[in-house]
Design a protein around this ligand. Structure first.
Ligand code: WT7
Length: 651
């Protein structure tokens, strides 16, 4: 949770260190040159990046075909993501990378694996052949429901190798959420594991898949199961197969499919303002160009770096900056299976020391958790390998930024605060560590070639320090290509506010130096620990409980998670308000969506504050949930007594 007031008054400026700046992949001069080109001709800038950072089987005829709101990048070109992430690092002049660590994986119980580019290439080819042998073809959808194990990355890359479109469902989502996503994507196959480890316990995944596929009305033909925990699972004959058994006989030879630049790479579901999550579609060439370029420039990746992004592959950060970006750059990427505080509050710092991590990318919510746990934990470990730090997911409050800078970075590591979204595919606004001064709490400046600005409702640019809406004026290569199966929603959600301009849903302002300060979502989407949950989604989960008549959900500021979910619930006549009903409802939401959507508070009320036209007054509920006096206009409120009763329930 960023303290919005302090974001307006923050004055500190940090300059890149001389040594760092001198050695940076993108130095001041290069940045200035790219900014100039990117401003004048973003298409040409990105075409140059595509040539420099991506290997193509055949060139494009046109760098950008823009028929708003439909963008096609690198039209007619052919490439393959797994080729860029694997083959090009083990052939020709790069052949030495065959024995470089591609993935350093650490399991929560302490087991670990180091997988070289050569080995990863073999396993990906084998798994691609397994997919083929079970009938998966180009453009088929494969749902991955996985713990953070190397097989998750292997499955992703194997899909890209044959042109199957993956859709990862975060392992923390419930079987209900999984069922909806499988149906919406029309997936032919699910790749899962028996389970994974979290907080010292084995949790189940396969059992959730079974539950999601119950009743038989689904498009799934095969379920491939990775053995991770060894827990007992049921294997359905003719449908379920073990990964390790299939891999045994599989050939290691599988040429990468030559795919169109606009071939669907993956679908990733994210929350919106309705109850139904949106399947965000990303394609091949543009996405790869965006993530490879930004990984190299923003994280200043060098050959000998050990790069660790703590995100789960179930989120966009895991896609772009755990797997595709770093592997496409030929880097060593760390994957960690479990929670940050198991078995002790210093697990992450221990891992940094153990593997000699040089670049570390995490979320403000994690940083705030560690602040509270105490400095003695990071101080017990040798963090001197670190040279660059990153943050993503929500605005970072200056206090957390300073702690990250002082205690983790020992005042010598630049911090890149990166603003982007599931929809943008890659980073849009961020410092470049070799040549941009940083200010605690600001994501600084748009990446070259990104035309971000701050507008008012009418599409006019606002003055410095005036609040407005973040906007992007020109398409960029990693941009979403649509919402799976819903053209209209795509058009309306992202392109409906202004003409030919992208609306991300965030509030922002710029200071006099043009630095962006992101103020958070302005729609009915909450940001819980850096993850998006729609208020409507939680509301629909609540009202699907037979004893709930009506529900309204809002966020309130929370010191650790940024936002906490508060639900106002009107029970049906027979239900008894009280602790046990609260517990039952929290459990119900966990079952319907997943633990991230579990309300922190549930308050019972006989009525919700509504306008005369029947709209729930969320602003008012937000005030009450945060313990503030209701602000703003309440004249349209239908029943004034409601406020009094809501406040009474507020102990
Ligand atoms: C929303 C996107 C991008 C990967 C993680 C979240 C917020 C993200 C920042 C940042 C301020 C940020 C925005 C955005 N957000 N990064 N550096 N500063 N806000 O992806 O689930 O698609 O959520 O996260 O509100 O719209 P996501």
């Amino acid at each position: 949770m960023a303290d919005m007031q302090s974001l307006l008054t923050e004055k500190r400026v940090f300059k890149p260190e001389k040594e760092f700046a001198k050695a940076a992949n993108w130095n001041k001069k290069k940045i200035a040159e790219y900014r100039k080109l990117g401003e004048k001709n973003p298409t040409r800038f990105w075409a140059q990046m595509a040539k420099e950072h991506v290997s193509w089987f055949s060139p494009w005829k046109k760098a950008l075909d823009w028929k708003p709101p439909v963008a096609k990048w690198f039209v007619g070109a052919k490439t393959n993501v797994s080729y860029n992430c694997l083959d090009r690092h083990i052939e020709g002049e790069n052949a030495w990378r065959r024995n470089k660590a591609a993935i350093i994986w650490e399991g929560e119980p302490g087991d670990s694996r180091v997988i070289t580019y050569g080995q990863l290439h073999r396993e990906v080819c084998q798994f691609a052949n397994v997919l083929k042998s079970h009938g998966v073809k180009k453009s088929d959808r494969v749902v991955l429901y996985m713990p953070m194990v190397p097989e998750a990355a292997i499955a992703m890359l194997a899909c890209t190798r044959i042109g199957a479109t993956h859709s990862i469902v975060f392992g923390g989502f419930s079987s209900e959420a999984l069922r909806d996503r499988i149906a919406d994507a029309g997936a032919k196959m699910v790749v899962t594991a028996d389970g994974g480890y979290r907080k010292g316990q084995a949790f189940g995944l396969k059992a959730h898949v079974d539950e999601a596929l119950k009743g038989g009305r689904h498009p799934v033909e095969r379920v491939l199961v990775v053995k991770r925990t060894g827990q007992k699972v049921k294997m359905k004959k003719g449908r379920d197969i073990w990964y390790h058994e299939e891999m045994l006989g599989a050939s290691t030879h599988c040429p990468p499919a030559k795919l169109d630049a606009e071939h669907p790479l993956f679908i990733l579901y994210t929350s919106g303002t309705t109850g139904k999550p949106k399947g965000i579609l990303h394609t091949t060439g543009g996405y790869l160009t965006h993530v490879t370029t930004t990984t190299r420039a923003i994280f200043d990746l060098k050959e000998d770096d050990v790069y660790w992004c703590t995100a789960d592959v179930g989120w966009i950060t895991g896609h772009s900056y755990v797997v595709y970006g770093p592997l496409s750059c030929g880097a060593t990427t760390v994957m960690y299976e479990g929670v940050p505080v198991h078995p002790g509050p210093d697990r992450w710092w221990e891992l940094i020391a153990k593997w000699g991590v040089t670049i570390f990318y995490t979320a403000p919510t994690a940083i705030r958790t560690f602040i509270r746990l105490g400095d003695e934990h990071p101080e017990r470990h040798d963090l001197s390998s670190l040279r660059l730090l990153g943050t993503v997911g929500e605005p970072i409050n200056p206090e957390a930024w300073m702690w990250y800078h002082n205690v983790i970075g020992k005042k010598k590591c630049p911090i890149v605060d990166t603003w982007w979204q599931t929809e943008t595919g890659g980073i849009m606004i961020s410092a470049l560590p070799g040549g941009v001064n940083t200010k605690p709490g600001s994501a600084t400046l748009p990446f070259p070639g990104i035309h971000a600005t701050v507008l008012d409702e009418d599409g006019q640019e606002v003055k410095p320090r005036e609040g407005g809406l973040l906007a992007v004026r020109h398409p960029w290569p990693g941009m979403l290509r649509g919402i799976w199966g819903d053209k209209k929603r795509y058009r309306e959600t992202y392109w409906g506010k202004w003409k030919n301009t992208y609306f991300p849903g965030d509030g922002a302002h710029r200071d006099r130096q043009g630095y962006f300060w992101i103020m958070g979502r302005i729609d009915d989407v909450m940001n819980i620990s850096g993850h998006r949950i729609g208020t409507m989604e939680v509301e629909s989960a609540l009202v699907s409980h037979p004893d709930v008549a009506e529900a309204a959900v809002v966020g309130r500021p929370d010191e650790i998670t940024g936002t906490a979910i508060v639900a106002f619930v009107t029970p049906t006549g027979k239900a008894k308000a009280g602790a046990s009903f609260q517990g039952a409802l929290k459990k119900h939401v966990t079952n319907e969506i997943g633990a991230i959507a579990r309300p922190a508070d549930i308050r019972f009320t006989t009525a919700l504050p509504k306008t005369r036209s029947g709209k729930i007054m969320r602003r008012l509920l937000r005030n009450i949930a945060s313990g503030e006096e209701p602000t703003g206009d309440t004249s349209t409120l239908e029943d004034f007594n409601v406020i009094a009763t809501l406040k009474e329930g507020d102990e």
